[in-house]
Design a protein around this ligand. Structure first.
Ligand SMILES: C[S@@+](CC[C@H](N)C(=O)[O-])C[C@H]1O[C@@H](n2cnc3c(N)ncnc32)[C@H](O)[C@@H]1O
Length: 286
């Protein structure tokens, strides 16, 4: 091992790592969801019913779909799930009698979802699409977007999505999604971790060094997990931004996009949300 590194590259890298990027100024969403190795690791986590890493655990999904069905009956309803991943929600909607479309840009997750639907004898229209760029199916009774995906988008993209969903809904349709609460942000502290094969090989096959740096922008209620992954043959970064909400702040944002009513609910029960460090559901009508 040499005692000195040539040139100024190391300074640039380290100085950049310590900088605080402006909120949502860098977007790496597609690397996160489409890199082949990360996509297969992500699918593995989606399908692990015992943890909440990429999808919620089975009991939570069942509880959510149960109350949704009681409030907005699935039988005969036209339903689109945005960012459907491997189809954990779409399959449940279809089993309860909905006419379901699932949109996702991950070919890997959709391949799994299609196979699972076929094996279960379910007819679900899965489409590989970017919900910020591509067209939605219109005249929907219900559109869902689950697992804090709303929070991961920059404000202009969130507004674009709210507009697109509103246009895709029937006049009495409903948009149901979940957001992360400021109570969750309160439990996050800033810090940096440097580890060989950070997260047990999640980021790349073979050897690599991973650096994770967590930043909190308290005034803006935003968090950033920034990953720098250095493998022998390539280096890349992933920025996971997250906007955290209070009921008042999400209601204000959704109403500003022209929705007529916005309700907050407990994600698991559909009843009133008790607050604290959990996500909550948002029910918005055009
Ligand atoms: C956190 S996962 C949640 C998956 C699923 N909703 C669940 O809870 O099991 C986010 C999903 O959204 C997809 N996704 C993210 N941004 C997207 C976009 N702009 N267009 C389409 N799919 C997107 C990803 O590929 C991934 O499958």
């Amino acid at each position: 091992m040499r005692g000195a590194y040539p040139g100024a590259i190391m300074y640039d890298v380290l100085a950049d790592l310590l900088a605080r990027p402006a909120p949502f100024s860098v977007s790496t969403t597609e690397t996160l969801w489409t890199d082949p190795h990360i996509a297969s690791e992500m699918l593995r986590f989606h399908l692990d019913e015992t943890n909440d890493f990429a999808s919620r655990r089975k009991s939570t999904i069942d509880a959510f779909v149960g109350w949704l069905d009681r409030r907005f009956p699935f039988t005969g309803a036209s339903v689109t799930d945005l960012g459907c991943g491997p189809g954990l929600y779409t399959a449940r909607y279809a089993k309860r009698g909905a006419v379901v479309t699932g949109l996702d840009f991950s070919g890997n997750s959709l391949a799994y979802a299609r196979k699972a639907a076929e094996a279960a004898g379910l007819s679900i229209d899965y489409r590989q699409a970017d919900y910020l760029r591509d067209e939605f199916v219109g005249n929907q009774d219900l559109v869902t977007l689950i697992y804090g995906d709303f929070c991961a988008m920059a404000p202009s993209k969130r507004r674009l999505l709210l507009d697109k969903v509103k246009a895709a809904l029937k006049p009495n349709g409903v948009f149901v999604f979940d957001v992360f609460s400021t109570g969750m942000l309160a439990e996050i502290s800033e810090g940096t971790t440097l580890e060989s094969r950070l997260m047990n090989g999640f980021w790349a096959p073979g050897e690599y060094v991973g650096l994770k740096s967590t930043l909190v922008y308290r005034d803006e209620a935003i968090g950033l997990d920034r990953y720098l992954i250095a493998a022998p043959d390539h280096t890349f970064q992933v920025y996971n931004w997250m906007q955290y909400y209070t009921p008042a702040s999400i209601i204000e944002e959704v109403m500003a996009a022209g929705y007529s009513t916005v309700e907050i609910a407990d994600f698991r029960t559909g009843g009133s949300w008790a607050g604290g460090a959990t996500a909550f559901a948002v029910i918005a009508r055009p």
